[in-house]
Design a protein around this ligand. Structure first.
Ligand SMILES: [Mg+2]
Length: 274
């Protein structure tokens, strides 16, 4: 996994030739406050956390090792009528796109479709710790893996190339369910469930798990839906951490397309409590 060299605090960020190549210099100069609250700074910080913190690696391993425990329990205690399947999201569930996030943030930018498609076309995303071993192990025990992603149809070939680069099981057209029309994954999960018993679902976003979380719920509704279904987490739903983006962020914006300034304002609005 590509890693960055860090020695400090002041963001003298030197943009490298590729994706995610930054050096953070400690030159003793204090950052000014003018850009301290920009969304791109926040995105940089969280993406660097994903690349550099051992805690992120530990959380990823924890998720995949829990998934394996649950799978072994299911394999030994249940006799499903249909073959077992695992449904997994791709981005920030087992592929690491933090180099893209850093590339964008260093230019003061957030996600945008054109730059994202360019990154995806490279098929160069690395894997998240623990993921490959889990899927390999599951497949070796006869469990079929389905990749259910909101990457679009145009990204299918590059996505398969990225998965096949690591020899992920079932990395073929039949097991890759990209987005076509609705961003909800429920119809795709339903189509899998016609022929398989879904043992586990893995994702970094609540919509990866259930239609309970579809239709743009508010922050409060998302939190309530999680608490009301708490028995599913760690049992049927395995969640990977993603502080860099997701519906948690979209809910803050009430799912509106905002300017960077409006986004920053939305974040600062709710900081009360101190
Ligand atoms: Mg994802």
């Amino acid at each position: 996994m590509k890693r960055i060299k860090r020695s400090a605090i002041f963001l003298s960020l030197l943009l490298g030739a590729g994706y995610g190549c930054i050096t953070i210099k400690n030159d003793g100069v204090q950052a000014t406050g003018s850009t301290a609250h920009s969304i791109s700074d926040a995105k940089l910080f969280t993406a660097v956390w994903m690349q550099k913190s051992a805690e992120y690696k530990a959380l990823s391993l924890q998720a995949y090792q829990l998934a394996d425990l649950r799978l072994q329990e299911i394999l030994t205690t249940q006799k499903p009528a249909r073959p077992l399947a695992i449904v997994t999201d791709i981005d920030e569930t087992f592929l690491d796109n933090s180099p893209y996030a850093i590339h964008q943030a260093l230019q003061g930018k957030d996600f945008d479709p054109a730059s994202w498609n360019e990154w995806v076309s490279k098929a160069s995303a690395d894997t998240i710790p623990g993921a490959w071993h889990f899927f390999y192990q599951a497949a070796s025990q006869g469990v079929t893996i389905f990749y259910v992603t909101n990457r679009d149809q145009a990204a299918r070939a590059a996505t398969l190339k990225n998965l096949q680069k690591f020899n992920f099981p079932n990395a073929d057209a039949a097991h890759l369910l990209t987005m076509s029309g609705s961003s909800s994954k429920q119809a795709r999960r339903d189509s899998i469930a016609q022929n398989y018993t879904i043992a586990l679902l893995l994702g970094d976003n609540l919509t990866d798990f259930s239609a309970l979380f579809d239709n743009h719920p508010s922050e409060a509704a998302r939190a309530a839906a999680v608490l009301n279904n708490k028995e599913l987490f760690g049992k049927r739903f395995i969640v990977l951490p993603n502080p860099n983006y997701g519906d948690w962020e979209n809910a803050i914006y009430q799912y509106k397309h905002l300017s960077p300034e409006q986004k920053a304002a939305a974040f600062q609005k709710d900081g009360a409590g101190y």
